[in-house]
Design a protein around this ligand. Structure first.
Ligand SMILES: Cc1cc2nc3c(=O)[nH]c(=O)nc-3n(C[C@H](O)[C@H](O)[C@H](O)COP(=O)(O)O)c2cc1C
Length: 199
């Protein structure tokens, strides 16, 4: 009988030009710490601007955090095809430009092509969209991606865990995003309730 080797766990991480580059970088660092997941990294030109401006990191700092680094222009890369199995893709942060391109199926670079493939193969696609306030185009594009099965996950901090630092806020959000992929035991602690006395 023919047997198939278990497919390796793989996640595509894309960093685009919205503010919040730290989310993409922290995702890579967390995956590295967890182990067992092959990370494929894509960074747009505007993503690089923000990584340099917000985190003062260079390519030499960020590239080694991933297992495979793809050029955004390389639409012939492995992840451009549905035949290359992955667990899905996270765009963190996701600009309104990239959101619009995904919502309209443009596949105009390897980030939006890989997102298109993720949706067509019915794999998990999470967009950590960042803009404020939203205009109607943004809202309609988020609706379109949701209708196609994508998850819109704006990186909005929760305060009920009483985070003491920005690092903690980022870690909490990254844990919630990764838990959507069920890579192992839950990373985010389960809420235990407020223990309010019964009325
Ligand atoms: C410092 C800085 C912050 C930005 N923040 C945002 C943002 O939060 N959301 C957004 O949609 N675009 C933001 N932009 C604009 C995008 O970078 C721009 O639209 C770019 O074309 C996005 O391209 P990409 O999707 O290929 O990365 C920002 C640009 C700069 C330089």
């Amino acid at each position: 009988m023919e047997t198939h080797a278990a497919a390796p766990r793989r996640l595509i991480i894309a960093i685009t030009g919205a503010t919040g580059a730290v989310y993409g970088v922290r995702l890579l660092q967390t995956l590295r710490k967890l182990g067992g997941v092959e990370s494929h990294l894509l960074i747009s030109s505007a993503g690089w601007l923000n990584i340099q401006h917000e985190l003062q990191l260079s390519r030499d700092d960020v590239h080694p955090l991933a297992d495979v680094v793809h050029s955004v222009r390389d639409v012939g890369a492995s992840i451009a095809s549905g035949s290359f199995a992955t667990d899905g893709m996270i765009i963190a942060p996701c600009s309104m430009r990239t959101l619009a391109s995904v919502a309209h199926g443009l596949s105009d670079n390897l980030i939006t092509r890989a997102a298109d493939v993720t949706l067509k193969e019915r794999r998990r696609l999470v967009l950590m969209v960042r803009e404020t306030p939203f205009n109607l185009a943004h809202l309609r594009n988020m609706t379109a991606v949701t209708e196609m099965g994508g998850v819109i996950f704006p990186p909005l901090p929760a305060f009920y865990n009483r985070p003491a630092t920005i690092d903690q806020m980022v870690d909490d959000t990254v844990a919630r995003v990764l838990d959507l992929f069920a890579l192992g035991p839950a990373l985010a602690p389960a809420w235990q309730g407020l223990n309010c006395p019964a009325q």
